[in-house]
Write a protein that binds this ligand. Structure first.
Ligand SMILES: [Cu+2]
Length: 69
C-alpha cells in the first residue's frame, strides 16, 4: 500500500543538505519519492508501506547525518 509521511529533520541548512536527504531516502527500498522543505525543516516521503516503515525512513535520515524528529 502506498503511504505518505512528513516528519521534521534537524541539521539541514542548504540545498546540499536537501539533496543529501532526498537522495538517501530515494535510495532506500520501497521509497518512491522524497521532498525536503527546507523552510519547514521537514521531509515528505512517499513509500510502499508493505516494504518500508517510518522507523526505517528515519534511520536512513540518521545514517545520512541528519536528525529526524
Ligand atoms: Cu547543507
Amino acid at each position: 500500500m502506498a503511504g505518505q509521511v512528513t516528519f521534521g529533520v534537524k541539521g539541514m541548512s542548504c540545498k546540499h543538505c536537501k539533496m543529501a536527504v532526498e537522495k538517501a531516502l530515494k535510495g532506500a527500498d520501497g521509497v518512491t519519492d522524497a521532498e525536503v522543505n527546507l523552510q519547514a525543516a521537514n521531509v515528505t516521503v512517499t513509500y510502499d508501506s508493505a516494504t518500508v516503515g517510518v522507523d526505517k525512513l528515519k534511520e536512513v535520515v540518521s545514517e545520512a547525518g541528519y536528525q529526524p524528529e
